[in-house]
Write a protein that binds this ligand. Sequence first.
Ligand SMILES: [Zn+2]
Length: 454
Amino acid sequence: MRKKNNSSFGLLFVLVLFIAGSLFVYFSSIFERNAPLVTMETNGYWNLKKPLALKISDASGIKSYKIKLKSSKETTTLEYEQLITPEKELVLEVKPPRSAYAMKDKSIEIIVEAVDVSKWNMLAGNSVRKIFKLQIDKKRPQLSIVSNSYKISRGGSAIVVFKLDDANIDEFYIQGNHKKKFIPQPFYKDGYYISLLAWPVIDEGFKATIIAKDLAGNVSKAYIPLYLKQKNYRVSKIKLSDKFLKGKIADLAEEFVETQGVEGSLEQFKIINEDVRAKNEALIHELTSKVKEDKRDDFKMNKMYPLKNAQVVASFGDHRKYYYDGEKISESYHLGLDLASNAMASIRPQNGGEVIFSDYNGLYGNMPLIHHGLGLYTLYGHCSSIKVSTGDETTIREVIANTGKSGYAMGDHLHFGVLVQGIEVRPQEWMDKQWIKLNIHNVIKDAKKIINRN
Ligand SMILES: [Zn+2]
């Protein structure tokens, strides 16, 4: 009886040991059963120049890995490593082989093999073999300027037509000053593009470069050779009167959220001239930055003159510095041309377009905005009434609004603004028939001649 008891105890003991052992193997990280994870940062294209960004990770640690490139002719090992200290995550920058320049393949395979340190699989560990198929594109986008305006003035506009050819184009734009990217629009025939350019009035210099990138990371750049014409803009010292501060400014202060609870006139003025203005202009810039994507066959503009028999009462680009009791309070730029004729005079633009905004906009008062195409917009500020609605297509010389003094305006006048892709430009250029002919129409005519020959 005792013997029998002992043997059954022994059996139970072995069984418990076996289950415990199995559970240990099953749950222990030493016997982890997941193969390493391999990922690559790729859109499926490679120029055989940029290193490949690979990541290999494994919960138990990576023991070894091998990265191979398989072309139609051969398989080359790019990297192979046995790790002395296993790593849980490897971030690799894999360079192409030296023979890459001679490779003619349109596509290749990157084969990644990795083994972890797990004791699973009879101590061999878990292994993975992952294949990435990549399209090869070693050619940079073909970029050439067809024609461009000969010059650009500070605060002014210009135009460029260029040709772009690449099978795998990713993005292209014209890099202007600061972070400004002008968006070109398809023009006339396939592979050609057109864009207006603008030199911001507050910048001393200007540079525009067409940049094209393809999906494989190849980049081409073409500098637009523009003759830069400096222009001096007026700096005016304006004395703030009590009449103005207690009148117009007090009125406006009641209206804006930004000036609620602000008591001092000078403080109110500063907030209105800086914060409210910045907000109003941000809306204008956002609305006028858009460009259509459809193909343009032409771009013809009549000289702009929205107000008949008008006097210019303030010019574009004035740098206004405001003083009170000899102390500078605030400053701003006047980014339009002020025109005045009779009170509530009819505003009739000489070019049709799409009304993209027709509402009240703070300092600008009642303000319709019209898009004439190619990212060229006109703005009409301080109107007493607006006759058009957002989405309307206006015709040439249609009355769109009446002048007034809504917003930040003393007397009845029109604040006439012209914008190129979100940048205010000199309205005087677009009000000059000869300027438009030389700097816009002729450039387009020349471009078409060249395109037709090709
Ligand atoms: Zn104005």
